[in-house]
Write a protein that binds this ligand. Sequence first.
Ligand code: BGC
Length: 433
Amino acid sequence: MAFNEEQFKDIISEFTVSTERLQEIAAAFRQDMQLGLRDVTLSSMRMLKSYVGLPSGKETGEYLALDFGGTNIRVFKIRLDGNGEFEVVKKIARPLIVPGEYNYISKESTAEQMFDFIAEMIDELIEGNNTDKFYLGHTFSFPSRQDDIYNAQLIVWTKEFATQGVEGEVANDLLAAALKRRGFGNVVPVAVLNDTVAVLLSAAYKNPDTFIGSIYATGHNTCYLEPSIQDEKSFGKGGMILNLECGNFMKLAPNRFDKEYDDSSEKPGEQRFEKMVSGRYMGELFGMAIAELVGEQGKNYNLTSVDMSMIILDESDNFEKASAILEEKVGRKFEHDDIAKIREIAAAIVVRSARLVAASFVAIIWQRAGHDEIERQHIAVDGSVYEKMPLAKDNITSALAELLGEDADKVDTVLDNGGSGLGAAIAAAMAVE
Ligand code: BGC
């Protein structure tokens, strides 16, 4: 079977964003930020206060860090040596789901079960030491309302998490209670932060010319240093970091795949931007496009962004690898020309995603600059899509150049790998020093 050419072209055009359109999206994003700064209820983004500004880079001491933001939980012991130097002394990582064994993110699981699992990991990290005092920074990467550096109340689960008894609760309280149940009252959570904020702190600890931190992975979100917000409860310098929760940005037009996916998702109407750009969803959009081409609309092939990256990377003459993945997931053997088209669709979805993310960065750069010149800066980004997805980083760079023109020379994106752990340790240090 050969795909219908018209239908294929139409799908590609659905995922294509022109420079002009990108300019409009950047402008709409900036306007949404400005509305939110005036009155947060006017913005589609939550623009959450973090109660931290930038670190001095001189923070020192040993801290525990918990990185809780996806299906893989990580706990760390990190020593900060000042001058941007640090060492990860110990690290343990464990998934929240092992199919057939346990699943702590489903509707059937409870907050207690989930946080007991994390407390058990911390027990292992500190080797059962229930006497020495440990301060812990907690990177909790879900939209949470804070009124100080400790208190983050989960507003709503994202990334298809559904564990009961966490929405509306203070994440650190649930953690502290689980630690106490296990006999570790000596482990004290002192700071909570979003992963974007952690990435920004981590990058700024090493390089002060960094004002924007972003996660481009399973989920997507960005934070930035807002100079106009000062608060006596806030730690650090330069203003306050705002977690935009821009995964919820809505003021851009979804295509028919975006709409159809959203309708069938755990939380329809929410996280519309994230559903267009992040790793968790790109595979879904890709599967929907293929289903349309093969006349199986509505069928879910469980294609992931990792499948997409392998399909895009397969440049062999007979597309052996791509063909095998498609045969396994879609359940049919595709002709060579059809695989070429499927690769183009995968690429178009990734390129759109990268361009939209770049437009949001430009909006923040414009907003920070106001009427002044754009400052030289690095944008810190962490996450598997940024790091590993072919075409992602290159298309961010080219879209930045399209939108910023000559000023593009002043801006680059840098990978801050592991920032979620280091940033949590830095936040803990800022809170207790
Ligand atoms: C969450 C954000 C988080 C992002 C990246 C989103 O789903 O709402 O809080 O920063 O994922 O992990």
